[in-house]
Design a protein. Structure first.
Length: 408
C-alpha cells in the first residue's frame, strides 16, 4: 500500500485488517445454532441473529377486520346485489364487502379500491380485476387442495402481496444468452454476477423455468454405481444446486432444514420439512402452469417479462426470507368463507387456530421418520399414499410426529 511519503500506508492497512477481523468475529458470534438431528451429524440449523429483527418487522400480520356474525348477515348474495361478480357471488353481501375491504388493505392500501375498480362503474372489467378473480381461485385452490404443503395455516392475498399491488418476489424466464463474438467460451446461463435467483452464486441464473414452470427432473443423485446408474452430468447438477440455493435463501435456512446430512438423497431420517418442501415445489409448478402463466394475454406489456411471459411465483413469493410465511400465523381462519369455503364448519383443517406468537427460529425437533416417499424412488421403502381427486396435484404427505431420538 502506498504511503504517499507520509508513512500512513501501514497503519491504515493494519487498521482495516483489525476492523474487518473484528466485524467477521462479531458476525460469527451473533449466530444461533439449533440441533435438528442426531448429535455429531452436523444436523444443525444456523440462523443470523443480525437480521432477525428486520425479518420479524417484515412479517407482521395485520389485524383481522371485525368478524361478521350471523346477526350481521344481509340475507342476499353479492351476485344478487352487484353486477359482474363472477367468483365470490355466493357470499352474503356483508361477507363480500368485508373481504373487499381486507383485500384493499392487503394489496393496495395506498391506491384503494380504484386500483381494481372504475369508481364510476364498479362492474366494468380491467386487467387488474380479471387477474384478481383468478388469484381468488388460486388462493382457494391452495387452501383446499394443497394442505400437504400449507398444512392448516393456508395463505391469503397478504401472504404474497404485503401491501403491494404486485408482490415483490416474482420472476420471469431469463432469455438464453448468446455467446459473445469476442469470447470463445459459452457460459451456459451461469457465471453471471449479481443474480439474486441463485443467491448471487456462479450457478445457473434461471432455475425456475425448468423446475417451477416445466417439469424437468430435479433429482440428480443416482441409485446405482456408474456406468449403469446416474447419467446426470455435473452441469445438470448445478441447475439443481441453483434451485436449492434459492430455496435456502427464500426460507432463511440451510440445507439441514430439509436434508439428512449423512445422505442428502435418501429420505430415511430426513426432517418432515423435506416432504413439505417436495409438495411445495409441485404446488408452485401447478400454480405457475394453471393460474399465472395463462394470464399472459390479460396483462399489459409493462407487466410482462423480456420474453413477454407473465409474472410467476417461486418460494420467495410467499416465504419472504422466513421458514414459514408470516412465521406460521394463520390468517385464513378469519376469512374461511372467502378463501377456503370448503373448510367452513369443518372440524380441524384450516378452521383450527394455530399459535400466533412469532418464533423466528424453527423448534429444536429431533429427527423424524417420514412415512412419505415420493413416487418413483425405487431405492426407498414404501410408496407415496394416493389421495382421491389429487391426481394432477400429487400425493398428500403423511408424517408422524413421534421423535425417534431426543435432541439434547
Amino acid at each position: 500500500m502506498k504511503d504517499f511519503g507520509y508513512g500512513f500506508g501501514r497503519p491504515i492497512f493494519v487498521f482495516l485488517l483489525v476492523l474487518s477481523t473484528g466485524l467477521l468475529w462479531y458476525a460469527a458470534l451473533d449466530t444461533e445454532q439449533v440441533q435438528r438431528g442426531y448429535r455429531g451429524t452436523a444436523m444443525q440449523l444456523v440462523t443470523n441473529k443480525n437480521i432477525q429483527a428486520d425479518l420479524i418487522k417484515a412479517n407482521v400480520v395485520p389485524e383481522a377486520l371485525e368478524p361478521i356474525g350471523e346477526e350481521d348477515l344481509v340475507g342476499e348474495k353479492a351476485s344478487e346485489i352487484y353486477e359482474n361478480v363472477q367468483v365470490l357471488g355466493d357470499l352474503d353481501d356483508a361477507r363480500f364487502n368485508r373481504i373487499m375491504a381486507a383485500i384493499t388493505e392487503w394489496v393496495s392500501p395506498e391506491q384503494g379500491c380504484a386500483y381494481c375498480h372504475n369508481l364510476e362503474n364498479m362492474a366494468e372489467d380491467n386487467y387488474q380485476k380479471v387477474v384478481s378473480r383468478r388469484m381468488f381461485q388460486m388462493t382457494q385452490t391452495i387452501n383446499e387442495k394443497w394442505t400437504s404443503h400449507v398444512q392448516n395455516v393456508g395463505v391469503t392475498c397478504y401472504t404474497c402481496h404485503r401491501g403491494n399491488p404486485v408482490p415483490e418476489n416474482i420472476w420471469f424466464t431469463v432469455p438464453t444468452e448468446r455467446p459473445h463474438i469476442l469470447r470463445m467460451d459459452n457460459r451456459g446461463e451461469q457465471n453471471v454476477a449479481g443474480v439474486e435467483a441463485n443467491a448471487y452464486s456462479d450457478l445457473p441464473r434461471d432455475p425456475f423455468t425448468p423446475f417451477l414452470l416445466q417439469d424437468k427432473p430435479i433429482r440428480v443423485s443416482g441409485t446405482e454405481a456408474l456406468p449403469h446408474g446416474n447419467r446426470s452430468s455435473i452441469k445438470q447438477t448445478e441447475w439443481t444446486w441453483a434451485l436449492m440455493m434459492h430455496m435456502s435463501t427464500s426460507l432463511g435456512v440451510n440445507c439441514t432444514y430439509c436434508h439428512n446430512t449423512r445422505n442428502f438423497a435418501n429420505w430415511e431420517n430426513a426432517p418432515p420439512s423435506r416432504a413439505v418442501a417436495w409438495h411445495g415445489i409441485r404446488m408452485t409448478r401447478n400454480l405457475n402452469q394453471e393460474y399465472l402463466e395463462p394470464l399472459q394475454p390479460v396483462y399489459p406489456p409493462k407487466r410482462l417479462g423480456t420474453l413477454n411471459d407473465a409474472p410467476k411465483a417461486n418460494c420467495a413469493t410467499c416465504h419472504n426470507g422466513v421458514y414459514k410465511p408470516l412465521y406460521g400465523a394463520n390468517m385464513v381462519k378469519d376469512y374461511l368463507h372467502s378463501l377456503a369455503p370448503s373448510a367452513v364448519g369443518k372440524e380441524g383443517g384450516l378452521s383450527t387456530p394455530v399459535g400466533q406468537e412469532i418464533n423466528p427460529v424453527p423448534s429444536q425437533d429431533a429427527p423424524y421418520k417420514p412415512k412419505f416417499v415420493p413416487p418413483g424412488q425405487a431405492n426407498l421403502k414404501g410408496g407415496a399414499p394416493k389421495v382421491a381427486g389429487e391426481k394432477a396435484i400429487g400425493p398428500k404427505a403423511a408424517l408422524t410426529t413421534e421423535p425417534i431420538v431426543k435432541a439434547n
